[in-house]
Design a protein around this ligand. Structure first.
Ligand code: ACO
Length: 427
């Protein structure tokens, strides 16, 4: 018999199995707890609860480690490509050369959107937030691709996963083009996944688009850094939506909606807005004091993380990438100096040290994206584009699990107990 955890409650003792992962904390299996004890556990923010079993991504928040299928994020960001990482997440192993080129070819065959879907954009106001457009258009995919929505069929799941990964750059670029009033560009499958996205975003039909190799590389690396992050809020949303058997396009639209929030994917937009508001390094102490003041809602955006209680390994790569993009484009941004100084001051302040608040992936990403030419409203869209691969890989993993059940949390009820209805004229 393996390890057991003991619970004593109301004079009774109960034993629960302790499960071991390949690495990471042990997990107390409480699936039979309600049946045996008549009690629930209470963990509203899932701070101590593993919601599923997964073999995709591992994070050690104390050590600042992030592994995809065992490979450290730093090694993948340095040596791999977003397409290769996508294959790895979906299939469990790195591809050989043939597998990679077949995968890239397959994805490139799905980059176009149904023409009718392009008409869909015209229903939005030009000044709509592109994440609002993304929620709508990605959700609408389920109205266009009826031939791949049988989630019990592995082939359908594979095709819809490929469609989502392939179409996301086209959808994201079209959201941008619509906002600025330029014509949509069709994909060019002779380019890389990332190169094609940059061309559809920044190119115009009137002239050839010149792809900057360093920018293409930096963008691809940013996609790698955002590809997956185990059971974060948006991924858990995708899993929960998918647990009812909903089609994958609807599930990914739910993930996009969750990602939009400023505590999650919206933080990159919020972080750059904050740096702009701070402006010059001399204003930093004022904002540090505000962040520490319990009566002030202001927080240092791009700082702190539910899981990382150390430097987010993705932030380290981001910081290096800022310098590479600046060198390649021969530009600079005074906000980068402000960000570096803010990080230095915060990391030496007892408030941030004691609470283990470090820069997260969003702290530097806005500076790079702005140097490449994206407006702040597009930042979270880029996050959604890259995270789509993690979402579909996690969704596939869940649906393939024979023991999969609909996600149905319970609650600690604190409302009124049963009472009788009183007619309106007697209230
Ligand atoms: N600035 C100032 N204080 C902070 C910050 C911050 N950025 N983050 C956390 N704290 C403080 C909180 O006030 C709290 O203090 P208390 O214990 O005295 O009440 C303590 O640190 C713990 O914070 P919680 O909000 O309880 O931690 P939680 O794990 O729930 O939140 C979160 C994590 C949402 C990321 C938080 O750190 C935050 O709001 N950061 C800013 C937004 C951000 O950058 N989000 C991006 C996350 S990464 C991503 O989604 C890709």
């Amino acid at each position: 018999m393996g390890n057991q955890a003991k619970l004593s409650a109301s004079g009774n003792d109960y034993d629960f199995p302790v499960l071991k992962g390949s690495v990471g904390p042990d997990v107390v299996d409480i699936r039979k707890m309600y049946g045996q004890t008549g009690m629930f556990t209470f963990d509203p923010g899932f701070t101590s609860t593993a919601s599923c079993e997964s073999a995709l991504t591992y994070i050690d928040g104390d050590e600042g480690v992030l592994l995809h299928r065992g490979y450290p994020i730093g090694q993948l960001a340095e040596n791999s490509s977003f397409m290769e990482v996508s294959y790895l997440l979906l299939n469990g192993e790195l591809p050989d050369a043939d597998e990679l080129s077949n995968f890239e070819f397959t994805i490139s065959r799905h980059t176009m959107l149904h023409e009718q879907l392009l008409q869909f954009y015209r229903g939005f106001r030009r000044d709509a937030h592109p994440m609002a457009v993304m929620c709508g258009v990605v959700g609408a995919l389920s109205a266009f691709y009826h031939d791949s929505t049988d989630i019990s069929d592995p082939q359908h799941r594979k095709i819809s996963s490929h469609r989502l990964i392939a179409k996301m750059p086209t959808i994201a670029a079209a959201a941008y083009k619509y906002a600025i009033g330029q014509p949509f560009l069709y994909p060019d499958n002779s380019l890389s996944y990332t190169g094609n996205f940059l061309r559809m975003t920044f190119g115009v039909p009137a002239e050839p688009y010149e792809l900057h190799p360093a920018v293409e590389k930096a963008m691809d690396r940013i996609f790698i850094l955002h590809a997956d992050h185990e059971q974060n809020a948006s991924t858990s949303t995708v899993r929960l939506a998918g647990s009812s058997g909903a089609n994958p396009f609807a599930c990914i639209a739910a993930g996009i909606a969750c990602l939009w929030g400023p505590a999650h994917g919206g933080a990159n937009e919020a972080a750059l807005n904050m740096l702009k508001e701070i402006g010059t390094p001399d204003k930093i102490p004022h904002y540090i004091e505000r962040a520490k003041d319990k009566n002030d809602p202001f927080r240092l955006m791009g700082f702190g993380h539910r899981v990382y209680k150390n430097y987010d390994p993705r932030a380290t790569v981001m910081q290096t990438t800022v310098r590479e993009v600046f060198d390649a484009l021969k530009v600079t941004d005074p906000l980068f100096e402000t960000a570096l100084r803010l990080e230095e001051i915060a990391l030496n302040d007892p408030y941030f040290v004691e609470k283990k608040l470090f820069p997260n992936v969003d702290f530097y990403s806005g500076i790079i994206l702005s140097a490449i030419g994206f407006p702040t409203t597009m930042f979270t869209v880029l996050f959604a584009l890259a995270r789509t691969v993690g979402w579909v890989a996690q969704w596939n993993e869940m649906i393939s699990d024979p023991g999969q059940k609909i996600g149905r949390p319970r609650q600690l009820y604190t409302g009124p107990t049963q009472r009788d209805y009183i007619p309106v004229d007697q209230r």
